[in-house]
Design a binder for this molecule. Structure first.
Ligand SMILES: Cc1cc2nc3c(=O)[nH]c(=O)nc-3n(C[C@H](O)[C@H](O)[C@H](O)COP(=O)(O)OP(=O)(O)OC[C@H]3O[C@@H](n4cnc5c(N)ncnc54)[C@H](O)[C@@H]3O)c2cc1C
Length: 165
């Protein structure tokens, strides 16, 4: 798909904003919309997560790649046992406990928090974006919306159809 297209990895758009803005007529931006507009209406809130990873001296811990924990008393929300994604047969196993974490600008904004307050703030950014002909905002952070993998691909395909028609 990317044959003949220059790909640059590990570049933060905001570290070289001027360069990126001037290499194309149109930009598809999948980072955070509030950051793109320098938080001009204020900061949207996100939920971050952190992982605690452990190597266990046993072949199998939970028999499954992911187990969710919803009890109030349990501090993590799920345990990932990586080998089960690949049907691994190693004598040891690696597990990661996933904890919800409060987001600040030093952390990864994993999930939007789509409550009334944040949705209203996002609407202000969306209206600004509607007037901006140079940029298309896509995905979770660009559209401040929770998307699973299949939904985000659907959204990207619909966006292409709309743009190319
Ligand atoms: C822990 C976890 C587990 C998940 N498990 C599942 C699952 O089991 N099934 C499922 O369907 N979905 C799952 N998801 C959700 C899935 O990852 C998302 O639906 C999908 O990745 C969303 O695609 P996206 O394009 O919106 O965002 P991303 O895939 O995050 O793409 C955004 C891209 O923009 C880049 N970017 C952001 N800011 C900048 C910047 N300033 N400069 C340059 N580049 C930037 C990022 O590096 C990234 O490559 C999971 C998500 C998480 C966090």
């Amino acid at each position: 798909m990317l044959e003949g297209i220059e790909v640059k990895l590990n570049c933060n758009y905001f570290d070289n904003r001027e360069e990126f803005e001037n290499i194309a007529n149109k930009i598809i931006f999948t980072g955070a919309i509030d950051e793109y507009y320098n938080y001009c209406f204020g900061e949207l809130e996100y939920r971050s997560v952190r992982f605690e990873t452990e190597i266990l001296d046993k072949e199998n811990y939970q028999g499954n790649a992911v187990v969710n924990y919803t009890e109030y008393e349990v501090p993590y929300t799920r345990i990932i046992e990586h080998k089960h994604f690949e049907f691994g047969t190693q004598p040891k196993t690696v597990i990661s406990r996933e904890y919800s974490d409060k987001w600040d600008r030093t952390k990864e904004p994993y999930y939007p928090i789509n409550d009334e307050k944040n949705n209203a703030l996002y609407e202000k950014y969306r209206k600004l974006a509607d007037k901006d002909e140079k940029v298309i905002f896509g995905g979770r952070l660009g559209q401040y919306k929770y998307y699973d993998m299949d939904k985000v691909i659907e959204q990207a395909l619909n966006c292409v159809k709309k743009e190319l028609n």
